[in-house]
Design a protein around this ligand. Structure first.
Ligand code: GAL
Length: 676
């Protein structure tokens, strides 16, 4: 991997839309310099410009951009163009177009709609990548390969199903084994010939789960096919693809194995009102997705795209308030990004994204509020180069698991419209974010050895091996917190024989006999037992209320209403050198905050800032070799006071010293170094 010493600042650039106006491209490069833009992501959707006819390549325009970039000491992230297939190809080779679930070949158009299995498409992609890699693989400006764009969606064509059947045969070896795994005697769904697997029957939950695993595998092998010529020609250039945060089509943990660097595209709906869902708590949800992306490899990531202003594809897209552009960029860096990149550099004049914000607007000059804010951020980033490569020191892991979410989604349960998996994970992430405690967001296959506290909300699918590793984590002194809805099915999607919480029963010291489902707005009170130090008074539970038996654990809170009054609502079990907690009901925010907040205190898990944070202020740190940077970010649209305690800090941009009580301007983002 080429060493990078700069925070990458720039983003998608589509000069092939402006080839008839070279003066526009001249102007762009002047403006890039002005804004301290050091990185261009090139060619994301340029297939038709690079290969206008089959086998006839046109690289002149791209050569020119490389030359210009190198003259200005800029970096290029070179994309492979497979995210958008050209018309000539889609019409000549209709099999590369996706087939819908109902068996219809899609008409050509839009993007991100190629068949991942199609040998023809794979061959075309490989031929294109061979050309790109041979031509640009050793250009000085090239720092990173960007594979395709935002992989998503499934194809249901015959080629995909043939490959799926092969995958199933390799996995199960026999139809008997497959039928057992799918419990397919139910409704007479037994498969008596592999060829009968031609559709994805949503009532066969194990099949749905396997289909999503298979599609992840197809995407992985599609990426491998793309990457092979790139690595052959340019072994030192790392490879990424741009993820989308919480996007559930493919398991990002699996895709990440094919990549050197993980990156993602962040489009929070800044300044839109918060609803009941934590996904509309924009700063929190953005922080969660940054953490999740970083945790895919547990190394710094890249913010590949963000919008410098309103987008064109949401219902209503407010202007970014002054300061928000800087704050959103700093938030990414605070959570472990080594870049702030945007979609896109220059706003096109036509097609669906003509009114999507861009660094250079239709007006064509840099005298706009947004360009000024962006240039000022560019200036700030030049003062922060020491941050590049700095890790994020998390002692807490929160589990968000793709496979578990897939099968929970597929399963028909008593809680169908109130499952809320993501929401539940966010509710258990929030107490840490509120307190400025660093968190890794990992899946159930993670290595727990780096953590003191592992929080596993609603892990519906719990393989025995994961339960075993969690038990070992607790035995060695770790603290595990898990909740209702955990340990229900195994990796085939079959209910775990022996009941809930499956293979965690011994470590948790409980057995869940049944679970109530309360529709909104029903609530049930729970009360703290006097000896519980982590909670106080009473709380409210909703949606999920497990009725459980203690098998060695102690109850710290009980239900206070209904026929299960007196039954445990929170349990703790000492196991080996550690402890395992079970939250039996979906509780109000205060409960989760009290419990997890107290655990942080008891376990002496470090805070980014010791003195506590005002509402809407986020604190994150990046640390290495005794160097520690504190990012203090005010997401409120008003001034707030924030207590830095007795430590002395210096602003790394201005050198200004800070200690004690300070005022943070609306949308302020400070980057501070602790002074000796
Ligand atoms: C992203 C995509 C970009 C652009 C952008 C607009 O999802 O990768 O190509 O379309 O959205 O917001």
């Amino acid at each position: 991997m080429k060493p990078r010493e700069q925070i990458l600042f720039g983003g998608d650039y589509n000069p092939d839309q402006w080839l008839s106006q070279p003066d526009v491209i001249d102007r762009d490069f002047e403006l890039f310099e002005k804004a301290r833009i050091n990185t261009l992501t090139l060619g994301v959707f340029s297939w038709a410009s690079l290969e206008p006819e089959e086998g006839r390549y046109e690289f002149g325009w791209m050569d020119d951009i490389f030359d210009r970039a190198e003259r200005q000491n800029m970096h290029i992230i070179l994309a492979t163009p497979s995210g958008g297939k050209p018309n000539w190809m889609a019409l000549k080779y209709p099999e590369i177009r996706r087939v819908t679930e109902t068996g219809q070949h899609e008409v050509q158009g839009r993007r991100h709609n190629h068949c991942l299995t199609s040998p023809v498409y794979r061959e075309k992609v490989r031929a294109m990548n061979e050309q790109l890699a041979a031509r640009y693989g050793d250009r000085e400006a090239l720092i990173l390969w960007h594979i395709s764009n935002e992989f998503s969606g499934y194809c249901y064509c015959d080629q995909c199903f043939a490959a799926f059947r092969q995958w199933l045969k390799a996995k199960y070896q026999s139809l008997d084994a497959l039928n057992d795994a799918y419990w397919s005697r139910f409704w007479s769904h037994t498969y008596t010939d592999w060829e009968q697997i031609q559709t994805i029957d949503k009532t066969v939950c194990g099949l749905v789960l396997d289909w999503r695993r298979f599609m992840t595998e197809q995407c992985r092998s599609f990426i491998r096919n793309e990457v092979e010529p790139l690595r052959r020609h340019s072994p030192k250039i790392p490879v990424t693809t741009n993820f989308m945060g919480v996007h559930l089509d493919y398991d990002y943990h699996q895709l990440a194995k094919e990549l050197d660097v993980v990156s993602w595209d962040a489009y929070p709906s800044w300044h839109t009102p918060q609803t009941d869902s934590l996904t509309s708590h924009h700063s929190l949800f953005a922080g969660f997705r940054h953490d999740l992306t970083r945790s895919l490899k547990r190394q710094p990531f890249l913010l590949m795209e963000a919008s410098p202003g309103p987008v064109n594809w949401k219902d209503v897209s407010p202007l970014l308030r002054p300061g928000m552009l800087r704050l959103a960029g700093m938030q990414a860096i605070a959570h472990g990004s080594d870049s702030v990149c945007y979609f896109q550099m220059r706003k096109g004049r036509g097609s669906i994204e003509q009114f999507h914000a861009a660094v250079i607007d239709h007006v064509g000059h840099g005298n706009t509020r947004m360009f000024r804010e962006l240039s000022s951020l560019g200036q700030s980033l030049t003062q922060m180069e020491s941050v590049v490569g700095m890790p994020t020191p998390a002692k807490v892991a929160v589990v968000f698991d793709w496979e578990s979410s897939w099968i929970l989604d597929a399963a028909g349960t008593q809680h169908n419209t109130i499952k809320q998996y993501l929401e539940t994970v966010l509710a258990h992430y929030k107490p840490f974010w509120d307190r400025g405690v660093a968190v890794d967001v990992v899946d159930a296959k993670a290595d727990w050895s780096a953590y003191q506290l592992v929080v596993v909300p609603m892990l519906f699918l719990l393989p025995e091996s994961s339960a075993q590793r969690l038990a070992e984590f607790v035995e060695r002194g770790g603290t595990l917190v898990t909740t209702y809805g955990t340990g229900v099915v195994d990796e085939t999607g079959l209910a775990i024989a022996g009941g809930i919480p499956g293979h965690l029963r011994e470590v948790l010291g409980i057995w869940v006999e049944e679970s109530d489902a309360l529709p909104d707005p029903c609530r049930r009170r729970i009360k703290t037992l006097t000896e519980a130090k982590c909670l106080s008074g009473s709380y409210e539970a909703r949606h999920y209320l497990d009725v459980l038996h203690l098998e060695g654990a102690e109850a710290l809170a009980v239900y206070d209403e209904d026929f299960y009054a007196g039954s445990p609502a929170l349990t703790r079990h000492e196991y080996g050198k550690g402890a395992a907690w079970y939250i039996a009901s979906r509780n109000d925010e205060r409960f989760t905050s009290d419990l997890l907040g107290n655990l942080v205190k008891q376990l002496e898990i470090p805070y980014s800032l010791n003195a506590g944070l005002p509402k809407g202020v986020s604190a994150q740190t990046r640390e290495s070799e005794g160097r520690r940077l504190l990012f203090l970010m005010n997401f409120n649209d008003e001034v707030v006071s924030c207590d830095l305690g007795s430590s002395l800090y210096a602003d790394i941009e201005t050198g200004t010293g800070y200690t004690g009580l300070i005022e943070l301007e609306p949308y302020a983002a400070l980057v501070l170094r602790e002074r000796e």
